[in-house]
Design a protein around this ligand. Structure first.
Ligand code: XIL
Length: 372
């Protein structure tokens, strides 16, 4: 009987100890201060909420993805709020106009690097990568002094050679990658008529890559264009052009898909990623190089417009994230205050991820959410 009583007591004691241990394990008492409230330990099972991160660039780092933006030279110089967000949110800076030939080479062999130098200095001071834009841009006017000059083919070649060599050498080891040839195909896929094509012939493209490579063998060299992100004539011709150049060992390391979404066409992520994949299979790095999403063509309330915009930004980012070769997700600016789109289309528009007053828009949160 006494034995039975002892066993019962021991069992009760055991149950009590277990209960005490369980209670202690399920609560967390901070060691100090003594009167602090008791908290339950929270096991984080969900993806972190946007507010738990400071920026796009932090999240991009986790995916080894550069989050880039075109940089407006005036804003960089005069707008401190612009500079703050640029440094906080972005890991890659692309000169919107500061490295274009008509900005830099103001006369034959006469250079003005003020804007370009300022951008590179700012970017490096804030641990950002610089992507140089652009050595040869076929879809634009060339500097007026060049337009009015009468050069021979040989002179035009040495002019382009000097320009490329000067730019790439000056920023060697500071500009990591370059758009060497941009918008060189017309919408039909043929070579776009331009000064260099007219003066040098189609070989100007291969020569530009070779000269850039000679000036900085470590720089990544990109072909960049719009209208090649979905299947079609232009995309096909771009593929043919790049395969041909690569077969000739022309040093091309990547392809930039501009993705100025200026018309209302909803392109599903799968379609974009399939096209990106095709180019990546040539051994190229891939980047989204100039994304902005016009809301003007979308019929709806302002609220619906910004939601649609967020959706498009999200689809493009998802396509990029689905591909290991997609190394940079770059937008053509970040605040509606300085977007080039309204001037280009002559419509009131809001194509970027921060509004005119630097408030993040749904598109910003869509990117944060996806990167999380
Ligand atoms: C645009 C700039 O954003 C404008 O400020 C400038 O007036 C014209 O050029 N594709 C490109 C970019 O490759 O260089 C263009 O930038 C936009 C289209």
């Amino acid at each position: 009987m006494r034995k039975l009583f002892s066993v019962a007591c021991l069992s009760l004691l055991f149950v009590l100890i277990c209960a005490a241990l369980w209670y202690r394990a399920s609560t967390f008492v901070p060691s100090s201060p003594t009167h602090a409230p008791i908290h339950r330990i929270q096991v984080q099972t969900q993806a972190p909420t946007p507010s738990s991160y400071s920026s796009l660039r932090t999240l991009g780092n986790i995916h080894h993805l550069l989050i880039g933006t075109a940089v407006n030279a005036d804003a960089l110089q005069h707008d401190s709020q612009y500079r703050q967000i640029l440094a906080d949110e972005f890991s890659e800076a692309v000169p919107e106009n500061s490295m274009k030939m008509d900005t830099v080479e103001t006369g034959p062999s006469h250079y003005n690097f003020t804007q370009a130098d300022a951008l590179v200095a700012f970017a490096l001071a804030h641990h950002m990568t610089v992507h140089g834009h652009v050595l040869v841009w076929a879809n634009t006017t060339i500097p007026s002094w060049l337009q009015h000059a009468h050069f021979t083919r040989q002179e035009a070649m040495s002019l382009l050679h000097d320009y490329i060599t000067t730019m790439v050498t000056r920023y060697r080891h500071r500009v990591t990658s370059w758009d060497v040839a941009s918008e060189i195909l017309s919408p039909s896929g043929s070579l776009r008529p331009c000064y260099w094509l007219q003066m040098i012939g189609p070989s100007y493209i291969a020569l530009a890559f070779q000269w850039a490579h000679e000036a900085d063998p470590s720089a990544q060299l990109y072909y960049n264009d719009y209208g090649i992100d979905t299947p079609g004539q232009k995309s096909h011709q771009a593929y043919v052009l790049l395969s041909t150049l690569l077969a000739q060992h022309i040093p091309i390391t990547g392809i930039g898909f501009e993705m100025h979404e200026l018309g209302y066409v909803l392109i599903p992520e799968q379609v974009i990623s399939r096209t990106l994949q095709q180019f990546a299979s040539l051994g190229l790095s891939v980047s989204i190089s100039e994304l902005d999403v016009s809301v003007y063509p979308y019929r709806g309330t302002l609220q619906q417009k910004v939601q649609y915009q967020a959706h498009v930004y999200g689809e493009v980012l998802r396509a990029c994230l689905s591909l290991p070769q997609c190394t940079s997700f770059t937008m053509w600016g970040f605040t509606d205050r300085y977007s080039w789109v309204p001037q280009f289309t002559h419509h009131l528009d809001f194509p970027l991820i921060f509004d005119e007053n630097y408030q993040p828009k749904p598109a910003y949160y869509a990117l944060i959410h996806l990167l999380s």
